[in-house]
Design a protein around this ligand. Structure first.
Ligand code: ATP
Ligand code: MG
Length: 360
């Protein structure tokens, strides 16, 4: 008889479109992981906070929604957004309030080429592209500050104010340096646009070099965001850990995912490093209305995000088993169409489950 040592309460927000398919796939795989390892269990509670629900009842999250989330050990998020609702409404009704209220000021986005998958970059092999993008997740361009003056459309003036604070920058830099230090190459690249944006971005540069003094064992360099896109494509091997603002890292991580094979494989972790509040795990892709309901979404980004959640909860072995299972499956060519394969969501999910059993 095995004793279950820990039950984790997980809030699940599947959201819209393929968010629902891949969240179900992630729950199936996480349940398989816990029933196979037998050292921990998950208690999932699903919240129907989607655009579909919004269109019916007029709200995404109830007034006590954030308080409900706070009672969980972690949050698993699918994807939110639907063509009938303007994107800024879904973003500002759900995901941004959660990130802000739960102190998730770090967004970690690892990318690498998985076994059996291919980069669109010629000659770029497994191991040649292995990055972690550390995204500032609480301020900057997504501060929500600004407004529109002049009523109506003619002659409208809109401002979108990027707010950067020394405290906000320093805490993301510390996290980025710690991340870089924990990886074999100990290399951190700062991305800004401090030539054209002479206030916030210059403060980013200053704080970076201040914090760098405490991490002499970490090699540093600095890129402007435009030049960075070129370097990612032409010299992927030259990069390791990358730190960038909310907007820049958002864009660079979509590029990173595409360069590693597909936007469908990349995970993200919205972390509260103080661990006062639950952290949130979600694939970087959106709800993909074009393939919703077809059962062909790639669940790998969802599995990788689930593995990051398991690791954050302290179950290193569980996370390693899950990732090895995923990579054994892709290595066998068991892939969805976006990766050049012929399998559907269910087939990939079932074989990851079988693989977990084999590995334990
Ligand atoms: P968001 O605004 O939420 O980031 P988006 O409009 O950027 O969403 P995504 O939903 O991320 O767009 O998807 C862009 C395209 O990539 C989709 O139309 C879809 O074809 C493809 N795609 C995204 N995720 C997956 C996936 N998991 N599996 C297969 N294809 C995907
Ligand atoms: Mg997107």
């Amino acid at each position: 008889v095995h004793e279950v040592s820990r039950i984790y309460n997980i809030a699940c927000i599947p959201g819209d479109g393929i968010g629902v398919d891949i969240t179900n796939a992630a729950i199936q795989v996480l349940n398989k992981l816990s029933s196979t390892l037998k050292t921990f269990e998950f208690d999932f509670k699903t919240y129907d906070w989607s655009s579909k629900a919004y269109l019916e009842r007029g709200w995404y999250m109830p007034p006590d929604g954030l308080a409900q989330l706070k009672t969980h050990d972690a949050i698993y998020f699918g994807a939110v957004g639907w063509p009938a609702v303007p994107d800024h409404i879904s973003l500002w009704s759900l995901i941004l309030p959660i990130r802000k209220a739960l102190n998730q000021y770090v967004n970690v986005r690892p990318t690498r080429i998985l076994q059996g998958t291919k980069s669109p970059l010629e000659g770029c092999q497994v191991g040649d592209l292995d990055w972690v993008i550390v995204r500032e997740n609480s301020e900057g361009e997504y501060s929500g500050q600004g407004g529109t003056s002049h009523e109506g459309f003619e002659n409208a003036v809109a401002t979108e104010v990027a707010v950067f604070t020394q405290v906000g920058i320093e805490r993301i830099m510390r996290f980025a340096f710690e991340t870089a230090r924990a990886r074999p190459r100990r290399k951190l690249t700062l991305v800004t646009k401090s030539n054209a944006q002479r206030h916030g971005m210059v403060l980013w540069d200053k704080v970076f070099y201040e914090v760098a003094k405490e991490y002499e064992d970490v090699e540093t360099d600095k890129m402007l965001v435009d030049a960075m896109t070129v370097r990612m494509v032409l010299h992927p091997k030259s990069l390791d850990t990358i730190v960038a603002t909310n907007l820049h890292a958002d864009i660079l991580s979509d590029l990173a995912a595409a360069l590693s094979g597909s936007i469908g494989i990349a995970p993200s972790s919205n972390l509260d490093p103080t661990r006062k509040f639950p952290s949130m795990f979600e694939p970087i892709h959106g709800s993909a209305p074009d393939i919703a309901g077809k059962g062909i979404a790639n669940p790998v980004g969802a599995f990788w995000s689930a593995a990051e959640m398991v690791r954050w909860l302290g179950q290193e072995k569980g996370a390693d088993v899950l990732m090895r299972a995923v990579e054994n499956v892709t290595a066998r060519g068991f892939k969805t169409r976006d990766l050049g394969g012929e399998r559907n969501t269910k087939e990939v999910t079932d074989s990851v489950c079988e693989e977990i059993e084999k590995l334990v």
